[in-house]
Design a protein around this ligand. Sequence first.
Ligand code: KG4
Ligand code: ZN
Length: 340
Amino acid sequence: MSSQNIYILAIESSCDDTAASILLNGKVLSNVVANQKIHEEYGGVVPELASRAHQQNIVPVVHQAIEKAGITKEMLNAIAFTRGPGLMGSLLVGTSFAKSLAFGLNIPLIEVNHMQAHILAHFIDEEGFNKPPFPFLAMTISGGHTQIVKVSNYFEMEVIGETIDDAVGEAFDKSGKILGLGYPAGPEIDRRARLGNPKAFAFTKPKVNGLNFSFSGLKTAILYFIQKQVKENPNFIEENLNDICASIQYTIIGILIDKLKLASKQTGISHIAIGGGVSANSGIREALKNGEQKFGWTTYVPKFEFTTDNAAMIAIVGYFKYLEGNFTTQGITASSRLKI
Ligand code: KG4
Ligand code: ZN
C-alpha cells in the first residue's frame, strides 16, 4: 500500500443519519454522525423529513469532521460519498454536496456503495479489531438491509442471500410497535430479552428456500398471537413483556443463525463477519461467539460506531478506490437501488 499520506473526506446520507468522516490512510481521524430524532414520534423514518434534516445538518457535520480531524480542507486528497442504495431525497443531499465540494477544491470524487461499505468497515484500522481474511461471509443486518454476502476480495462481492420482504431491524421495530414500545424498538427488546425466558412462547420460523430471508410472516404471527392473548387477558403484554421480547429475539436470532450455517456449509467458508445496527444485539453476538465452538467459525464484529450507519465506512471504501485511481465524474447521480 501507499506510503503517502492520503486524506479522504467521506459523506453518508442514505437514510436518516447525516455523517461525515476523515480518514488518514486506513485510520479514522474523525467520525461525526448527526442522528435525526424527528422520526421517533412517527415510529419510522419519514423520507421527506429525512432529506430536509440532511439539508440542515450537512454543512455543520462536514465542518465538524474537518475540525475534529485537525486538518484544513485544502489537505484533502479526495471526496467519497454514498451513491446508494437508500432514500432518493436523502442520497441527493450528500451526492450534490460531495460533487460541489470536490469541484470547488478541484480534487477527485469517489462514489461508494453503502452495502459494500458496511462490509469493508471491517478493514478500518482499529486497535483490538481483526480484519477478516478473504474469502469471508458478511451478514449485514439493520433497519434497512438483511443480506449474506460472499466476499472474495475488496470489490469482489456476491450477494448469496437477502430478505424478500422486511429487513431484520424492521422485524424488531415492528414487533416493538405491536408491544407498544418506542421507535426504534431493537435496543429495548434486546434489554428486556436478557431478563426474560426465550422459550416462553414459540413462534414459527418462516420457510424460505436457500439463503433468502423473510420477516413479514413473523410480524403477522406475533400480531395475531398478541391480539388473541390480549382478548383473554387485557394485561397480557405488561405481565409477560420480558418473556415476549426474549421469545421474539430468540426466534429472529434462530432465523439468522440457520441461514449463516447453511451459507457456511454451502460455500465452505468459516470466517463470518457481521455489520449493521442489529449487530449491536447481545443475543446475536452471543450466538455468533457460540458458533466458534459449535461450528468452527471465526467471527468478526466491528467497533460499534462502524456498524450503524456512519461515514468512516464510506471513507475506507473511498481510500481503497483512491489507491486504485477509481474516480467518478461530475456527471454522477444518486442511485436509490444500487446493487452490490
Ligand atoms: O444500521 P442502523 O443504525 O440503521 C439502518 O437501518 O441502516 O440500524 C438500525 C436498526 C433498527 O431497526 C434498530 O432497532 C436496530 O438496528 N437495532 C437493534 C439493536 N440496536 C439497534 N436491534 C436489535 N438489538 C439491538 N441491540
Ligand atoms: Zn446501513
